[in-house]
Design a protein around this ligand. Structure first.
Ligand code: AMP
Length: 311
């Protein structure tokens, strides 16, 4: 099965205690697509500027990602993000965000991207997420990510976007901020109760799956009938956490697209793949590690992860 992702395609400048990089390939849609490409055909939707290089597109091509809906905007500049991490990598400061070609972006999806069974609305302006959602009315499983910025400045639109998806994948602090509930389970239950008014969107039932990303502590899953949680894969060396959340989502959603069925078992196993892919992502700057990974290495680390979790 195939999966469409819309989100940022970026140049990132990142400083961590282990070094800095000035201009490397990044963006939520890129991290997501590379991780998901281990399991399913991935179609990326998003704009880039004249400054976006062929070498960067080749990274996506080399993993078999379909890039025909990456729109090159003449005279435009690619989305740029600069961030710096604290000494233990748990705190991050955004120093610069330049929307560039995202300003005025109007997603136009090809018939191929519209035909995907699975859709991931990566972290972008919620109006854009809603616009893309309407272009895939038949998608069988739709998930969304967001960030504190949109909770602060576009909450109403974000709530409507959430009501139109099956699955919400957010940092746990964002779940708390979004709902105003200090307890993670209560926050997740609150979002599970959101549903669009029937007459607005007949047949759409609102989110049924909440995934709380907890950084180096792992991820939790909340549905109406259960709870599940996984720690992060333990690593002694972490170089750059940028994109870990998107890589996690890509591994999880890619696995769900491959399996074709969303059940309690496939959600749990999808989270395990997401965790494993994210652990590779943080071992080097940007997309370097995941872009050069092989499926057998993914499977080997998944086996290690299983051993760790046995008790
Ligand atoms: P994460 O570490 O999972 O939060 O993702 C970091 C990635 O998200 C980087 O590659 C950035 O290019 C991208 N990013 C950062 N801020 C934004 C934003 N406001 N909108 C879209 N993408 C962003």
């Amino acid at each position: 099965m195939s999966i469409t992702v819309v989100g940022s395609i970026a140049y990132d400048a990142v400083k961590t205690p282990f070094g800095e990089r000035e201009r490397m390939l990044g963006g939520a849609a890129v991290h997501f697509a590379l991780a998901a490409s281990f399991f399913a055909e991935v179609r990326v939707v998003g704009p880039v500027g004249d400054d976006f290089g062929e070498a960067e597109l080749d990274v996506l091509r080399s993993r078999g990602v379909n890039i025909s809906d990456i729109e090159r905007v003449a005279g435009g500049k690619t989305f740029f993000w600069r961030g710096e991490y604290g000494w233990d990598l748990n705190s991050r400061e955004t120093l610069d965000t330049q929307l560039g070609v995202f300003e005025g972006f109007q997603p136009k999806l090809s018939a191929t991207s519209r035909s995907s069974d699975v859709l991931f609305l990566a972290n972008i302006q919620p109006d854009l997420q809603r616009e893309v959602r309407t272009q895939l009315p038949g998608a069988r499983f739709v998930a969304l990510d967001s960030m504190n910025l949109w909770i602060d400045i576009a909450r109403d639109s974000l709530v409507q976007a959430i009501e139109s998806v099956d699955c919400v994948i957010l940092n746990d602090s964002e779940l708390r901020q979004l709902t105003g509930k200090p307890n993670l389970l209560a926050a997740a239950q609150e979002i599970l109760s959101w549903a669009p008014a029937d007459e607005e969107r007949p047949g759409v039932g609102g989110p049924q799956v909440i995934v709380a990303k907890q950084g180096e502590y792992g991820a939790a899953l909340v549905t109406r009938d259960g709870f599940f949680a996984l720690p992060a894969y333990p690593l002694e060396t972490v170089i750059d956490p940028t994109g870990a959340g998107d890589t996690f989502a890509g591994g999880m959603m890619g696995y769900l697209a491959r399996r074709g069925r969303v059940t309690s078992a496939t959600l749990r196993r999808g989270m395990a793949y997401g965790t494993v892919l994210a652990s590779f992502n943080v071992e080097d700057f940007g997309v370097r590690r995941v872009a050069s990974l092989t499926r057998p290495r993914v499977e080997a680390r998944l086996r290690e992860f299983r051993k760790i979790l046995k008790f």
